[in-house]
Design a protein around this ligand. Sequence first.
Ligand SMILES: Nc1ncnc2c1ncn2[C@@H]1O[C@H](COP(=O)(O)OP(=O)(O)O)[C@@H](O)[C@H]1O
Ligand SMILES: [Mg+2]
Length: 312
Amino acid sequence: MELAVDVQRLCKNYGSLRAVDNVSFRVEKGTSFGLLGLNGAGKTTTFKMMVSLIRPDSGTALVAGYDVVKEPMKVRTHIGYVAENPAFYPRMTTLETLHYICKLLNVPVNEAPQRIDSVLEMVGLMDKKNAYVGGYSRGMRHRLGLAQALLSEPKVLFLDEPTLGLDPLGAKNMRELIVRLRQENELTVLMSSHVLPEVESICDVVGIFDHGHLVAMDTIANLRSILSDSMNLELLLAKPNDKLVQALRLIPGVNQVEANGLRMDINTVKNIELRPLIMQEALNNNAQVIAFGLKESSLEDILLRLVQNELA
Ligand SMILES: Nc1ncnc2c1ncn2[C@@H]1O[C@H](COP(=O)(O)OP(=O)(O)O)[C@@H](O)[C@H]1O
Ligand SMILES: [Mg+2]
């Protein structure tokens, strides 16, 4: 197993506030890892330590094989990082901005134009070469953020809240862009978000942050099944059917049946498949079923349960 990131017992204090508390995790090469947590959970602080912008108080972080404290320049030239709210000089054009960043990265002068063209192509800003960044929309600024992060031809990409402040269409475009870039460039992606479906659509593994702690780390499917000791089913009917409600409540393994107009929420034990039986009862009671299926718990449910578990 080759590691792109290896974080061990990382801590960071701001005065008396422990923003990141003894956080350890490993990210395998090629994985897409999501740091999920509410505002203030410590995601940005963790990112800044991993990209060598701030020093950890204790603990270690190896990124792309380099120690963030001992070899910060190596780290910076081997990764790409898009900060939470990417900011640029408004009176520079797109090209000027990217040439400037090439200089900071020590990209050889004769190589810079090619690299710049290639990243502009990747993020779809080719036709904005001579536009002033000050006139950019938020969505374009986020894409320029990605372009500058790709200039180093990184193998590990850090994206801190990549869709923050974008409208729904802009956010969707950004998510698709991240997925595509990841595939085309065989990137390891670490991204943070408090938008749950977003992490779900991009990441293979999630780490859940709460008050500076990493409270869980697993695939989303595993987190769901570990945390739910029951199953929630949803049945939609063309007409309300009280007899069916009564009949379902008598099925062993059905914990609860709640009728909400045309929708029935059915909670059952997890380890027995009761769906065929429930369907049969619906037929027996002449219910007109429009839809029937499993209601998956959202990542938000998972987060709330984890946080509650921790508090308890
Ligand atoms: N430069 C700073 N000085 C003091 N406190 C900070 C600073 N940066 C972050 N914090 C605090 O550290 C905690 C974690 O913040 P942050 O890492 O930004 O969380 P997140 O990115 O998950 O929203 C918060 O309580 C925040 O107020
Ligand atoms: Mg943040």
